[in-house]
Design a protein around this ligand. Structure first.
Ligand code: GLN
Length: 486
């Protein structure tokens, strides 16, 4: 086994027993990036020099017997999480040269834990998209099939983990952007409960939906990384003052005490690929064989999740993105003769077409005459969706569903059809609207050899039940062991 193929847990054991050093491990990861980046296109920025320096410091700290589970482990980060002194572009031309003067809270936590930050990962511009094709910087390809998308918007984060170009990564999820790419790339991705992880230093897309989370090679690593980044933060008023459990200790064998809810609406979803449906049914059988009890649940407002989300998210985005006007950050148009023209030119040239589409939709939905008809209505639907989950979780602990309706599609297949692209979020959006946690874990392959993910949803702050279920499923199956041939 190559060192870059290690999981966080295994690498930690080898670092601890001094069989390897962080400098060796980091070097092999950086070499691996050089080897496959041209094919995969996962990184916007690689930070070789600072990574090697951090690895040296990690080795010194390990030598003194001072280490956490992440000390010396190479981690990469979606490029909308602020890193002090390291370019943070949001994959947008408007922030192409933006170097933040501070670290996001999750980055401070990673650094405190001794992690080595190897670079910043590609994404859809400002996290708007489901394929990473909306990046204003480059295309990322799915390591399982280079003609296909890796999913999005955290496509770089998932592709990098799948192709062993980092040991683990961070993504962000506003409507599925951690779970959907994790599913398409055959890795594990978790969106924590809204408020579990600080959003301070995460460039905001839709503030009431955004959440940072881990993308990893297996469930154990997911538990480790989630434990490090979670917790209350004074700098984020929406983070929740609640103790962070030891997620690793929730990874116990046995599903006897877990009741799994199977939503009756999901199987009849239009556009659900039969192979995805079969893989999820098989997953249900595996969990039942492990001792879990399955019950039918109903989430009757599911069909309204896509329209509600595509009013709420663009509305919040139109407000959040108003700050990019050429004055304070990044790109400024130099040809304009007066201020208004400068704003207009900066935004016209700096933003890509999907971002502009969302700003226009959002501004429209929030405008005086339409607010009640659109934004208010969507917020009411959001409450109904949250209620659906509350009722379902009265009779079950975990809900299972597909992550995406189809395996990864071809690059270019949906770029000219935003509505079809939006429909690929059908299974993931509701969790963000309700604020509940969700995880994607590999559960099969299509006949064409593409990974399929299983989604598990839980109660608010129910990450432990998700991790436990995902862990038992993973231990009983082989899907996570297969690697792309790249
Ligand atoms: N695909 C969804 C969108 O385009 C979700 C994106 C996300 O979770 N950041 O808005």
């Amino acid at each position: 086994m190559k060192l870059y193929e290690l999981t966080i847990k295994k690498a930690h054991e080898l670092l601890k027993s001094r069989e390897i050093s962080s400098q060796e491990l980091t070097r092999t990861v950086l070499d691996r990036i050089t080897e496959v980046e041209e094919k995969v296109g996962a990184y916007i920025t690689t930070a070789s020099d600072s990574a090697m320096r951090e690895a040296m410091l990690a080795d010194e700290s390990i030598a003194k017997g001072n280490m956490s589970e992440l000390t010396g482990i190479p981690i990469a980060v979606k490029d909308l999480i602020c890193t002090k002194g390291m370019r943070t572009t949001c994959a947008s031309k408007i922030l192409y040269n933006f170097i933040p003067p501070y670290d996001a809270t999750v980055i401070s936590k990673l650094k405190k834990a001794g992690a080595v930050i190897v670079g910043k990962l590609n994404m859809d511009e400002f996290a708007m998209g489901s394929s990473t094709e909306n990046s204003g910087i480059k295309i990322t390809r799915n390591p399982w099939d280079l003609t296909r998308i890796p999913g999005g918007s955290s496509g770089g984060s998932a592709a990098a983990v799948a192709a062993d170009m980092c040991i683990g990564s961070l993504g962000s999820d506003t409507g599925g952007s951690i779970r959907q790419p994790a599913s398409h790339c055959g890795v594990v991705g978790m969106k924590p409960t809204y408020g579990r992880v600080s959003r301070f230093g995460l460039v905001a897309f839709a503030s009431s939906l955004d959440q940072i989370g881990p993308i990893t090679k297996d469930v154990t690593d997911c538990a480790i990384l989630a434990g490090v980044i979670s917790g209350y933060d004074l700098s984020d008023s929406t983070s929740v003052p609640r103790d962070v459990p030891d997620y690793l200790s929730s990874l116990t064998h046995g599903m006897d005490s877990v009741i799994i809810g199977v939503p009756k609406e999901y199987d009849s979803t239009e556009g659900l690929d039969p192979e995805v449906s079969a893989a999820v049914k098989n997953a249900r059988n595996v969990l039942e064989n492990l001792g879990a009890k399955c019950v039918d649940v109903s989430l009757p407002h599911t069909e309204y999740a896509v329209p509600a989300y595509y009013v709420i998210a663009p509305s919040e985005a139109s407000s959040n993105l108003a700050r990019f006007d050429g004055v304070k950050y990044g790109f400024r148009d130099k040809e304009a003769k007066e201020l208004l023209e400068m704003y207009k030119n900066t935004r016209s040239k700096g933003f890509g077409s999907e971002v502009k589409r969302r700003i226009i939709i959002g501004t429209y939905c929030l405008s005086a005459g339409y607010y009640d008809a659109y934004y208010k209505k969507a917020s009411q639907v959001r409450t109904l969706i949250t209620e659906d989950f509350r009722k379902a979780f009265e009779i079950c602990d975990v809900i299972i569903s597909p992550v995406a309706p189809t395996p990864a599609f071809k690059i270019g297949e949906k770029v000219d059809d935003p509505l079809t692209m939006y429909l690929s979020d059908i299974f993931t959006l509701s969790a963000n609207l309700a604020g509940i946690p969700g995880i994607s874990v590999p559960c099969g392959f299509s006949s064409g050899g593409l990974p399929i993910g299983l989604q598990l949803l839980g109660r608010h702050f129910g990450e432990e039940a998700l991790l436990k279920t995902a862990y038992n499923f993973e231990q009983a199956t082989e899907f996570h062991k297969k690697k792309p041939n790249i």
